[in-house]
Design a protein around this ligand. Structure first.
Ligand SMILES: Nc1nc2c(ncn2[C@@H]2O[C@H](COP(=O)(O)OP(=O)(O)O)[C@@H](O)[C@H]2O)c(=O)[nH]1
Ligand SMILES: [Mg+2]
Length: 331
């Protein structure tokens, strides 16, 4: 199918002219790893490196989307431009939570300066964190100076996504009760701000003081981890959250910390680009279906083990003399 709206060059021109449709198209290309996406990213990368990435994470229903909505409104009230990326890998098949986010944040898309993107987790495969990072890069290149990334903090992928943010806010709710449990899951290690949302419900103060207690020992590198109470749905405590986010920004600006963050992100970008190259190489040069069949046959017959088969394939392809098995070459 021809590129809707013209060539890649034309798409880039429209993107640079600030066309939102072109932005959406570029994001889709990048997210779905369509042909030419690497060239697009390469063209946009020089325009990145200045935006601020804020991660909002926590269990489903904690009020992340609500908080993101309120934060975005506050920020755009000052004429800011906010890009929002919502990631929810817990619903890869139904898309239910994603749709929920779209509906809930729906009216936010009418706010000038806001752009919302829900990551379609289908089809991204193992590269969700990489795809999310790339989507934020695209938004940044488009001119968004502030990016809010929402994830359900349930697994390794989310931790990786959050790792690519400058500042991470972790949400709790009073009734979750397993608040402190979550701290052991590794999310606390990468979080800078702790928010007990739904403070209108019983137990919020208790949880906040428990968190305070645990975090006292975590004072590190001159950063005191704040624990904040909020009622996102009523807009209460949101200004304080924004204040704490600003403080962390100021903190990062000092003593070369910003540079350290940038280096970490650059290393990740390089690793991602390299990993995807290797993967492409693997599937296009090393593992043809016919070759898999050929080796699988030998392994199943017991004449070869998968480890030696892998070595053999790898050596052959490195030497550039990988021989196609008969089934394929005779076609
Ligand atoms: N009582 C109460 N409900 C809230 C508060 N903040 C959000 N909610 C509600 O909690 C539900 C889940 O919110 P949502 O933002 O979708 O949570 P997410 O899954 O973390 O994104 C929604 O019905 C919100 O209206 C709050 O401060 N107090
Ligand atoms: Mg949500």
């Amino acid at each position: 199918m021809a590129e809707p709206g013209g060539s890649a060059v034309e798409l880039l021109r429209r993107f640079e002219a600030g066309e939102r449709l072109a932005l959406a198209r570029v994001i889709s290309k990048v997210e779905n790893r369509e042909p030419g996406y690497r060239e697009l990213l390469a063209a946009l990368y020089p325009r990145t490196g200045r935006a601020r990435r804020i991660g909002i994470t926590g269990p489903p229903g904690a009020g992340k989307s609500t908080l993101v909505d309120r934060l975005a409104r506050l920020l755009c009230g000052d004429g800011g431009r906010v890009g929002i990326v919502a990631v929810d890998p817990t619903s890869p098949f139904t898309g239910g939570a994603l749709l929920g986010d779209r509906v809930r944040m729906g009216d936010l898309s009418d706010v000038p300066g806001v752009f919302i993107r829900s990551m379609a987790t289908r089809g991204v495969g193992g590269g969700l964190a990489a795809a999310t990072r790339d989507v934020t890069l695209v938004l940044e290149a488009f001119g968004f100076e502030l990016l809010l990334v929402e994830t359900v903090g349930v697994g390794q992928i989310e931790i990786e996504v959050m790792n690519l943010c400058d500042t991470v806010a972790l949400l709790f709710v009073p009734e979750s009760g397993d608040g402190i449990q979550t701290l052991k899951a590794g999310l606390i290690e990468i979080s800078h701000l702790f928010i007990v949302n739904k403070a209108d419900r019983p137990g919020a103060l208790q949880l906040a003081s428990e968190l305070d207690h645990v975090l006292k020992e975590r004072r590190r590198d001159g950063w005191t981890y704040p624990v904040l109470l909020a009622e996102a749905v009523n807009g209460k405590g949101v200004a304080e959250v924004l204040g704490a986010l600003q403080e962390h920004c100021t903190y990062l600006a000092a003593e070369g910390r910003r540079q350290a963050v940038r280096l970490r992100h650059a290393a990740h970008d390089l690793e991602t680009a390299l990993r995807e190259r290797v993967r492409t190489y693997l599937y296009s040069e090393v593992l043809s279906p016919a070759r898999i069949d050929h080796y699988a046959g030998r392994i199943a017959a017991g004449t070869l083990d998968p480890y030696r088969a892998a070595d053999e394939l790898w050596q052959e392809s490195l030497a550039g003399d990988a021989i196609e098995p008969k089934q394929e070459s005779s076609r």
